[in-house]
Design a protein around this ligand. Structure first.
Ligand SMILES: [Zn+2]
Length: 417
């Protein structure tokens, strides 16, 4: 964990993203326009906590934010780190028209990543994940979620969770762990018998995770398994999260809402009748435009969800199969274009509301006194993130007030008094 022992003042920013009031656990996306992006600065205490939303002349360190947008560090609440290797060959097959069944029959898909993880030593898995985490830092991500799910056996899932814990100790970001224990039905099991195995491994897995996750889909697990996972989550005091309505309309939403799921992720094929109840609940709608784009999936009805009051979140779904993207600025650009989000809606969806999904909104996700100074400095107005799609606009990333990434051409901005 980064540590500063000096006070820091961020001066003269063209935009500072501030919440409409302090202490919000989340902000429903239909209130995003209440966020402000006015010029200003902030002061960070010598313990890495935000002291004031005004600059301070007496600070030990000054960051010249002239022309910049100062934003909370981005929060990626849905990734599949750590994993082993990539699946670029499959992507080429997919875009050139090879049917998924054929790819799967040749050993591709989740089974391929499970095999790679099994065959790769711990050091190599961690090295790849640390390199990805460093890229994420360059793209402004100061908090991210890790998931298991490529273990596909009791030992494999526990190993993945332990590797995720080890990763968390070796990166600048804050990380969380989700036990995606029902990702695919392993060979030799039915969905039902695998859920028995899941139930048996949760007591041990729960020591490493804050949430349980399940992939509800015609090719994976059904509503009865989601229902069972919800019961298990409550019993073990873990949050329920679920991959739902990605390819098929399964009507998972009512089942998950009964279990007070913390988030429902994907929702590209959500049934229109489920939008209202989801929008009225405290369950976040995590949309994954990278997976939709790379997989040529349907587009989630983001505007309808927002109109219904939903807590909308954007995340990368970073994984070697369906979304090998780890840049939240790129995801913001895709979200703005595909869902018709405003800049404030997209920023809210990748900061405070994403922190809510990970249960971290008390300490990060917005710029307010008392929260950790996880911050990013963009060298452009924040509207340019989506507009100049794919451009690297992150000039510097700060964790607890400490500059953990500074783009070389922005080094002049950080000055001792
Ligand atoms: Zn996922």
């Amino acid at each position: 964990m980064a540590r500063v022992t000096v006070t820091v003042s961020f001066d003269n920013a063209a935009q500072v993203l501030l919440p409409p009031e302090p202490g919000l656990p989340y902000l429903r996306t239909n209130r995003a326009k209440e966020l402000t992006l006015d010029p200003g600065g902030i002061t960070v205490n010598n313990d890495g906590v935000i002291a004031a939303t005004t600059p301070s002349e007496d600070a030990d360190l000054h960051v010249d934010a002239i022309g910049c947008a100062l934003l909370p560090g981005l929060v990626d609440c849905h990734t599949h780190l750590p994993f082993a290797g990539w699946r670029a060959h499959e992507y080429e097959q997919k875009v050139t028209g090879v049917p998924y069944e054929e790819i799967a029959k040749a050993g591709g898909g989740i089974a391929s990543s499970a095999r790679a993880l099994r065959e790769t030593p711990d050091d190599a898995v961690l090295l790849q994940a640390r390199e990805i985490a460093a890229e994420m830092l360059q793209n402004g991500t100061t908090t991210f979620e890790c998931k298991s799910g490529y273990g596909l056996s009791r030992e494999g899932e526990l190993r993945a969770l332990k590797l995720a814990a080890e990763l968390g100790r070796n990166v600048a970001q804050t990380t969380t762990r989700t036990a995606l224990l029902a990702h695919a039905v392993p060979d030799g099991y039915t969905a039902d018998t695998w859920m028995d195995e899941v139930e048996a491994m949760i007591p041990e897995a729960s020591g490493y995770a804050t949430a349980l996750d399940i992939f509800v889909e015609s090719i994976a697990f059904g509503l009865e398994h989601l229902d069972r996972m919800g019961t298990l989550a409550a019993r073990h005091n873990l949050r329920l999260r679920a991959h739902v309505e990605q390819f098929s309309t399964m009507r998972s939403v009512p089942v998950a809402l009964r279990h007070n799921a913390r988030s429902l992720d994907h929702l590209s094929a959500i049934h229109p009748d489920d939008i209202g109840p989801l929008g009225g609940s405290n369950t976040a709608a995590v949309l994954l435009p990278g997976a939709e784009f790379m997989g040529k999936e349907a587009t989630a009805p983001a505007r309808d969800l927002i109109d219904a009051g939903a807590i909308v979140v954007l995340a990368t779904d970073g994984n070697p199969g369906t979304s090998p993207i780890f840049s939240l600025p790129l995801i913001i650009g895709l979200g703005v274009r595909r869902y018709g989000l405003s800049t404030k809606e997209a920023l809210l969806a990748t900061t405070l509301n994403a922190a809510y999904v990970l249960d971290l909104a008390e300490t990060t996700g917005s710029i307010e006194p008392g929260k950790r100074a996880d911050l990013i400095l963009l060298d452009s107005p924040s509207e340019h993130v989506a507009y100049r799609l794919g451009r690297d606009s992150v000039a510097a990333t700060f964790v607890a007030g400490e500059p953990v990434y500074v783009r070389p051409d922005a080094a002049w901005r950080i000055m001792k008094r």
